[in-house]
Design a binder for this molecule. Sequence first.
Ligand code: ZN
Length: 152
Amino acid sequence: MICPACGSSNDRVLDSRASSDGFEIRRRRECTECNYRFSTIERIEGLVPKVVKKDGTKQAYNETKILNSLMVACSKRPVTEEEMQAIVSAITDEVNNNPKREISSHKIGEYIMEQLYVKDKVAYVRFASVYKDFTNPESFAEEVKKISGETL
Ligand SMILES: [Zn+2]
């Protein structure tokens, strides 16, 4: 490893520790030139990012699918494609930062709703109506009531 302080490639490992789930190993290193200490993280390569659904089943993480659902919700609304891309990128970062490369569909849905709530209430309600899978008109009306009083 290259020392981030002096650029030397001579270091020694002080300590190796596996994460509790066993998907990562963190190594504490010390530069033998300048004694600077830093950490490296070792992960399994090639883990396919996955979405964990409510029933516990997993499917491949799909950026396009998320972007498409956003585009439907934001159709003819003042949410730009850049903003939608930013939402998708944030979710992708979240998946990539997870050592198991997993994210729950719940977390994705909540994050999107949080973002849309701030950006555009109409897009929010549209997305929520699909995501929350409203089974009756009352729950939908309730959701709309919750955000009424705020400018649509
Ligand atoms: Zn150094």
